[in-house]
Ligand binder design. Sequence first.
Ligand SMILES: Cc1cc2nc3c(=O)[nH]c(=O)nc-3n(C[C@H](O)[C@H](O)[C@H](O)COP(=O)(O)OP(=O)(O)OC[C@H]3O[C@@H](n4cnc5c(N)ncnc54)[C@H](O)[C@@H]3O)c2cc1C
Length: 375
Amino acid sequence: MKRIAIIGGGPVGLACASWILEKTPDTPLDLYDRLPESNDAITQGDSRGIAVSQGSHLLLKNIGAWPANSPTIHKIHVSHRGHFGRAIVRREELGQDALGHIVRYADIHLSIRQALQRISKNCPQFHWHFNQKIDELDKTQLADVIIHAEGGLFKQQEWQEIYRDYDQSAIVGWVRTDKTNQHLAWERFTEEGPLALLPNHKGHEYLNLVWCGHPPTTQARLALGPDDFLRELQTSFGTRAGRFLEAGELRSYDLGLNARKEIVKGREVWIGNAAQTMHPVAGQGLNLGLRDAHTLAEAISGLGINRNITEALEHYQTLRKTDRNTTIATTDFLARIFTSSSKPVICARGIALSSLQLLVPVKQSLTRQMMFGQR
Ligand SMILES: Cc1cc2nc3c(=O)[nH]c(=O)nc-3n(C[C@H](O)[C@H](O)[C@H](O)COP(=O)(O)OP(=O)(O)OC[C@H]3O[C@@H](n4cnc5c(N)ncnc54)[C@H](O)[C@@H]3O)c2cc1C
């Protein structure tokens, strides 16, 4: 049987290993994880809130990898600062229990790691290599099939064929308000980029903040004192979500699009952020990465690794084409359209948001794409 290596023990690499081993426990699989065996580094790691779709929730729940204490979204309010047009999406319109869930990166990373720890107990040919950073040169020696799941953040990765710098960075953290916003997500577009307020695990009066702006503005905002920061945030967002009283755990990320055209080359395959890093405007990066991982696990297990791995990888690339292209294009469109200052574009945006509110089937199909991807 061919040996498979996964490079990168982030959420996507771990999920891929879990799904492969769950389907075919005797697969010879090596996982190269940069982190030590202890889970402490993950628990104390990145606390940024991530919107996880109902589709990803169901995939992870099936392998017992769903983190406890992840608030759900029942209603999303989309608006554009200073312009007409708004859209509201409710879970009832989609016939779903939730439109999405908010989890902390650290929590979902840990829960998938713990699921793999459980699943791999009965997998004699699985080897988990801790404290391993695999360099370019080592890769070819590793195994017969290499799955790249090294992930990464925009501007910290090598440039790929599809690249766009939006000249934006995001402040993430949490804010406390004087109003409860239970199960409510707010997405407000501004000329500088989107400003999202999402449910937070700390309680209903807390919200996760993702505030996009030009990089110098982001840095200037981070340098403000607490009162000035809250005042500026209130001016940008308005008062719909209540009065902002406190903010915490603030830090910034550069945003952009960096994606590979081909996700299979010979016996190498790329999944998750190693295949595509996107703007978080539509909350799709991890969701798309988990769909990559799940489809790849099915392609590898389903076709039989002994028979023809090249065929399995080509099949995987074909299966992922539509979902990848649609999600990347939709995210890129949303990241650019709302920052345009051209008058016709502004007008079209307002009409589009208002129409979206009225054209229920269009709204449903767009929301379904974001929740479940193209199948
Ligand atoms: C501000 C912000 C908000 C976001 N919000 C959302 C959201 O709401 N919804 C959503 O779906 N997505 C969101 N994302 C995107 C999401 O965080 C990523 O898509 C997701 O983390 C990708 O997971 P991954 O496992 O592919 O990569 P990563 O999370 O980057 O993990 C990769 C792992 O591989 C390891 N590694 C790297 N190189 C090597 C090597 N050479 N050898 C061994 N190991 C290596 C790394 O140490 C890391 O542990 C957001 C991103 C940002 C920046």
